[in-house]
Write a protein that binds this ligand. Sequence first.
Ligand code: BG6
Length: 542
Amino acid sequence: MTEPTSPLAPTSASRADQKPAPAGVKTAPPCTLVIFGAGGDLTKRLLTPSLYSLSDQGLLDDGFKVIGVDRVQQDDAAWRKALGDTLQSFTKDRTAEFYTPRIDEKAWGWLSDRLSYLSGDFSQSDTFEKIKAAVGDGPVIFYLAVAARFFATIVEGLGSAGLLKQTDKAFRRVVIEKPFGSDLPSAQALNANILKQADESQIFRIDHFLGKETVQSILAMRFANGMFEPTWRREYIDSIQITAAETVGVEGRGAFYEPTGALRDMVPNHLFSLMSMVAMDPPPSFDAEDVRTEKARLAKAIRPIPPENAVRGRYAAGETAGQPANGYRQEPGVVADSRTETYVALKLEIDNWRWAGVPFYLRTGKRMAGRGTEIAVHYRPAPYQMFRDTPVETLTPNIVRLLLDPEHGVKTQFLAKRPGPEMKLGAVASTMMYQDFFDERPSVGYETLLYDCMIGDATLFQRADAIEASWAAVQPVLDAWAQGGEPEAYPAGSQGPAGADTLLARDGRAWLKVGEDEEKPEGMAEDRPPSIKNLVLGSDRT
Ligand code: BG6
């Protein structure tokens, strides 16, 4: 429950009062950001905090402005106030994605002065004429923060009004939210429609997981260190688990979620993005096209998933954080005989030289026992022969766990000798948490993506071919599920459906537990943390 907050006072500030951009980081070039869906949740909860953050870091140019477009009739002042109030409410809500103890009035005032509102229907040509008059001939980013059914209509409206014609001095870019299509044919049709109006280089298909700092650092971890990459392949790796577990339910989004479900909502976009970061081959450079080409190559190497390698679940009534929680079918906007899944687990195979034979197990679900997004790389066990005449019965495999959200770090699990006369082993872990080494600022993941779009860097955005390849991989499962059948029930607050455990047990493997730390090694003192204390060798903390 959030406490009432005092509204942000309207102030006027110029860039001269602003913090300078961090050393070595360029202020984004001047542009107008036109947000379709200005009254929506995404704009309030994610885009505004990100723009505020960019303003607070001095990364926006004095020539930056925002035009919000939506159907509701309201004036600039009312829109600014609504956004300011939501932003302010985050200072009292520690569970908010953008929790921050205080909002800097100057940074907000600078941004708020640049917000204006235009009411209009996305399907009417006069809306686009009004936008044309408002943006003039300068550089513009059109952000489609709207339901997917409006994507093609808006891009067509922009194209017909001549708003997508670029000049040397003025770029015209379109940011498109997910879900990009609802299956392979619809994604192909959407791509074909929008590419009639604009060039691929103007289209920025967003996946906010790629804006998360920890997700971007996967590439740095893999490619800036000599110790991971040489072993990052089928010769050494047994399997990879990718998990995005949530404790929340559908939270009033029933109308969106009913026709979507966990597979479409999370897999071909977010989970496949994580998979591409962890599994793609090293690109020759960090150039956007080099990186996107490697990601697309990876997506094209995913073998279409046979339906027997997919498990769907739906949460039933249970308990979350000690409180009773409804089942999905009792949620507002959900029909009582809904067949929509709120959980999915998949086994994937990547048919290339690096990964052939290494299963990738992916799972995501709402109302699970814990919240956590992570990638766990399980190594093959070491040869046992040397331990034959010791009390050691098995060698448990090493696991490198990339903790992406809400914990940010890397945890390496391995075996060590227990002190004592005999050769006995204990499972230990060494953990690097980003906060111990670097200053972290509140971020919702959209900051980087908005900034990158302004500077024209498409590295973290999805290219048409990669999106289509991702849908192609899940299409057999969508087809099979459309034929009938039901998701398997799991109690709210649990590990998910039993079928997901069977999926791995079939291969002699098991999921890491959600919401629980790994077990302490047998015999370890209760008060001893199951991790080796970090030695802080260097840090940029001041
Ligand atoms: C969104 C999905 O794209 O990602 C939501 O539509 C999901 O259903 C959310 O809850 C998860 O994102 P995050 O950043 O909170 O892990």
